[in-house]
Design a binder for this molecule. Structure first.
Ligand code: ITT
Length: 197
């Protein structure tokens, strides 16, 4: 499949990662903002897939291009998988990630390594010009670190420690993160699905 994909996200950090991951697809990825679509979308689904579809469908109303959306989050096992689908809104949408990250570290005070397990989850939804809808999902497993480390990435990356690298995802380069991340894996699954159409 060739052409242009409009990504239904207002998160510029996601757009940067997605453009890198999709570089070899032969398709141009632009954000909804770049496509001149500025709408507020209420994410009231109860799963990552539902929320991704809500975002993609909302933007698909304004274009004949393929529309994709990403809904993602951090699940901390010791906190009953919080903040989960509410990750962007955790402690308030405008609260800095310094504060959100420190809050999660504080809530895990005294919790040993083996109980600090967590994962990033990403669902990608695609709405095709003919109305067909596709979703994929992938995860990356890790642990909540004891302090923030690294300056790459965004959001919860500085506290998301990946044991196989002995680094947080904020200490990985963008290329390294994209190879193993929830978003990299889910988008590559979507690329494969699109190839079969
Ligand atoms: P859009 O809905 O406009 O795409 P958003 O940031 O609100 O942007 P989500 O509702 O999907 O996106 O929330 C995802 C949140 O999960 C994101 O804001 C981060 O806090 C966290 N998150 C997801 N992927 C992440 C990653 O790769 N690294 C760090 N944090 C991540």
């Amino acid at each position: 499949m060739k052409g242009r994909i409009i990504f239904a996200t207002g998160n510029a950090d996601k757009v940067r990662e997605i453009q890198m991951i999709m570089e070899d697809s032969g398709m141009e990825v632009i954000s909804m903002k770049e496509a001149g679509i500025s709408i507020d979308i209420e994410e009231n689904g109860s799963t990552y897939e539902e929320n991704a579809l809500i975002k993609a469908r909302a933007v698909a109303r304004y274009t004949d291009a393929i529309v994709m959306a990403d809904d993602s989050g951090l699940e901390v096992d010791h906190l009953n998988k919080e903040p989960g689908i509410h990750s962007a809104r955790y402690l308030g949408e405008d609260t800095s990630y310094r504060i959100k990250n420190q809050n999660l570290i504080d809530r895990l005070k005294g919790v040993p390594d083996e109980e600090r397990t967590a994962r990033f989850v990403c669902a990608i939804a695609a709405v095709l010009p003919d109305g067909r809808e596709l979703t994929t999902r992938a995860t990356i497993e890790g642990r909540i670190d004891y302090e923030e480390r690294g300056s790459h990435g965004f959001g919860y990356d500085p506290i998301f420690y990946v044991p196989e690298f002995h680094k947080t995802t904020a200490e990985l380069t963008e290329e390294e993160k994209n190879k193993v991340s929830h978003r990299g894996k889910a988008l590559r699954l979507m690329k494969e699905e699109l190839k079969t159409l």
